[in-house]
Write a protein that binds this ligand. Structure first.
Ligand SMILES: Cc1cc2nc3c(=O)[nH]c(=O)nc-3n(C[C@H](O)[C@H](O)[C@H](O)COP(=O)(O)OP(=O)(O)OC[C@H]3O[C@@H](n4cnc5c(N)ncnc54)[C@H](O)[C@@H]3O)c2cc1C
Length: 337
């Protein structure tokens, strides 16, 4: 694309925007993607790369579909690091009961309740195994999805305002105005700039991520560790094996009652509990924000009555499995409109 007058403009070049842009590009639309920063520098940069089901009854089928599609896409683009199982754990008895009930209610989804001692960290009596999960190289997937002849990218172009005129939408950046017939907001946390309504329906979550130096000792966690990704309390904490013997851990504070807590401090406590996180083992600390919704499902819809301003926000902690689902929903809305 020489000029920048796309059929579809996607605002936000994270996982959501890339997946949506690729979907349109595959259907021969000319797609423009703009980002206030660089590609993949928002929440997507923080993601640990675990593609797995959202452990909520209402979301199992959708995220199972998304997960299968994501795995195919990742394999096609050389971004599938490994297939694996993931283990969900709960620190409160009611959370544990909910996970157990889920395994009983949805055995066809590849869920299994386990009490196998050698899989469980000390202090846990059972956990939900999600088979058919995968570790994905998100950076690579993102770059490969956006490398399509129908996609043009503008980085460092923050959209400050949107205006409607002559059945088209104009996205106004500081030094650039982009006209498009269809505009998709894939801006995650930053949507407050564009719509107070959307800012109310998704919530920001603050988090901290820690990566270790390569650790020779695999007997962390106080037992013969299997190298399986662990998710605690609906992904508020996560512990993930990385490349070359590194470990990654993340803590997210989802709720307003945690507003005064420091996510880095919460993460340090978590690492101490599992005898990880010695300062000399630390390669990287970063903090960031992402969005969640009250019911854990992303918000996808139309913002205007004419139907050409669409949004896909709040993918939350299971964003990898949700992303193909929201991309399909956006395409369905666009082609119906
Ligand atoms: C610590 C952490 C670990 C995670 N681990 C996993 C995991 O292992 N597995 C998993 O499935 N999910 C994980 N997630 C969730 C996953 O990362 C998110 O659901 C997903 O990355 C959200 O992608 P996004 O594209 O919606 O948002 P983002 O990646 O935040 O992208 C939004 C983009 O929009 C741009 N933007 C915003 N406003 C404007 C504007 N006005 N103009 C132009 N551009 C704008 C931003 O610069 C940004 O690049 C994790 C999240 C976190 C925070």
């Amino acid at each position: 694309m020489d000029d920048f007058t796309p059929d579809v403009l996607v605002i936000g070049a994270g996982l959501t925007g890339a997946m949506i842009a690729a979907q349109f590009a595959e259907r021969n639309a000319r797609v423009g993607v703009v980002d206030a920063r660089r590609v993949g520098q928002g929440a997507t940069r923080r993601a640990l790369g675990l593609a797995t089901l959202s452990p909520h009854m209402a979301h199992i089928q959708e995220t199972k579909h998304g997960l299968q599609r994501l795995k195919r896409l990742a394999a096609q683009h050389g971004a599938l690091l490994q297939s694996c199982s993931a283990l969900h754990l709960a620190t409160a008895p009611e959370g544990e009961r909910a996970l157990q009930q889920l395994a009983e209610a949805a055995p066809d989804a590849g869920l299994e309740w386990t009490t196998q001692r050698d899989l469980l960290p000390p202090g846990f009596s059972g956990g939900l195994l999600v088979h058919d999960s995968a570790l994905v190289d998100i950076d690579r997937l993102l770059v490969r999805l956006l490398r399509h002849p129908n996609i043009a990218i503008r980085q460092h172009a923050e959209v400050l305002r949107l205006e409607r005129s002559d059945r088209a939408t104009y996205a106004l950046c500081k030094d650039l105005t982009i006209k498009a017939h269809c505009v998709v907001l894939a801006t995650n946390v930053y949507v407050g700039l564009l719509s107070p309504y959307l800012a109310d329906s998704v919530r920001g979550a603050r988090g901290a991520i820690w990566s270790s130096q390569p650790l020779r000792d695999t007997g962390t966690l106080g037992h013969p560790y299997t190298g399986m990704p662990l998710l605690f309390d609906d992904a508020q904490w996560a512990l993930m094996p990385g490349k070359d013997g590194e470990w990654h851990s993340a803590v997210w504070l989802w709720r307003e009652r945690d507003a005064d807590k420091d996510p880095s401090e919460v993460l340090r406590r978590f690492l101490r509990r599992f005898d990880l996180g010695k300062p000399e083992q630390t390669r990287r600390w970063i903090t960031g924000v992402t969005t969640t919704t009250d019911d854990g499902a992303p918000r996808v819809g139309r913002l205007d009555v004419e139907g050409n301003l669409l949004y896909a926000l709040g993918l939350g902690a299971y964003g990898l499995a949700w992303a193909p689902v929201v991309a399909e929903q956006i395409a369905a809305l666009a082609f119906a409109g």
